[in-house]
Design a protein around this ligand. Structure first.
Ligand code: FO1
Length: 317
């Protein structure tokens, strides 16, 4: 198997699927995760980091595979009691998941960084691969809609992605610092690739790319930077990416995703069903790879992970 180290950039449920596949073929010394924190928000007095949690539960095998978020085998005593008290129940917090938010809130209140806190929580869940928040500074994704700006979770969960999107803003990213662990990993001489997992480009990848210097850092990366398309045959596998593209008057295609990353991308993996885009994709100057990118089974996740690693190794650098 490949030598060298990889950085996987991920957010949301789709990204976590490939992250799991990568974790099965690369040991912790060769694979680290940079995770979106634009979804983070304070709710019921708790600091909640959904994309970090989705990744942790997925890597530890604790994730709820039906919803993609939260833990499996949950009980809902807390939510039931909260409903009885007239509390806010639009954001569902299972009893075991609640413990994670309480412990994270306690650690951060005690002065721990989100990075330090995440490392401790991941270790307690038996995860050995490094998981780094994109920044320890606060960045909040705002979804701009015809009816005004919405906090991400209000758009995504409370309003069920119904509002028409006109754009995005990443509050705080202007002076948020890229996690130094990520920059250090990218500076290693044995870096062999950066892999953008098939996450929503606008709300799961762009918050990280909005950090000052991040796009430039990827553009001058000493190893291939590749992405896996989250759009397959004109649709998103899960979530609002296709709806957002339509509302932003972008073609709902893998090609539009490629264009979104073209300034720093060396390779792009599209599903076999998008092979008719070959000519359009080739004109971008970015190396294209066709593969099965729809991941239903663990074997699918591992197979796509292998394709990513081999694709990086095949690119001239
Ligand atoms: N997504 C929902 O659609 N409904 C929920 O009630 C919900 C609760 C929730 C609790 C903890 C957590 O870590 C994630 C949760 N999510 C829920 C997903 C969350 O909205 C994420 O931001 C999405 O996964 C997109 O990244």
């Amino acid at each position: 198997m490949s030598t060298g180290r990889y950085l996987a950039i991920t957010g949301g449920v789709g990204g976590a699927k490939l992250a799991l596949g990568l974790s099965k073929i690369l040991p912790p010394e060769q694979l680290a995760f940079a995770v979106n924190t634009g979804d983070d928000f304070r709710h019921l007095g708790l600091l909640i980091s959904p994309d970090i949690d989705t990744l942790m539960y997925t890597l530890s095998g604790d994730n709820n595979t039906e919803t993609g978020w939260g833990r499996k085998g949950e009980s809902w005593q807390f939510m039931d009691a909260l409903a009885q008290l007239g509390g806010e129940t639009w954001f569902q917090l299972g009893d075991k998941d609640l413990a994670l938010h309480v412990e994270r809130t306690r650690r951060l209140a005690a002065g721990e960084s989100l990075t330090r806190c995440t490392s401790a929580l991941a270790a307690s869940l038996g995860i050995a691969h490094p998981i780094w928040p994109m920044s320890d500074d606060s960045v909040s994704t705002q979804v701009l809609t015809a009816g005004g700006p919405l906090a991400f979770q209000h758009y995504f969960v409370r309003d069920k992605c119904v509002p028409v999107v006109t754009g995005f803003a990443f509050q705080g990213s202007g002076n948020a610092r890229i996690n130094l662990e990520i920059l250090h990993w990218l500076d290693q001489p044995d870096l062999a690739g950066v892999i953008l997992c098939p996450s929503n480009p606008f709300v799961s990848i762009d918050p990280l790319l909005s950090l000052p210097g991040m796009r430039e850092r990827l553009a001058r990366c000493e190893a291939p930077v590749i992405a896996v398309s989250p759009i397959v045959a004109g649709a998103a596998i899960k979530g609002p990416a296709a709806k957002m593209m339509h509302e932003l008057s972008l073609p709902v295609s893998a090609t539009a995703v490629l264009r979104h990353y073209a300034d720093f991308l060396d390779g792009f993996i599209v599903d076999e069903r998008d092979s008719e885009l070959q000519a359009e994709l080739d004109s971008s100057g970015v190396a294209i790879k066709n593969a099965q990118t729809v991941m239903d089974s663990l074997e699918d996740r591992v197979a796509l992970a292998r394709v990513c690693v081999e694709f990086c190794a095949s690119l001239p650098f």
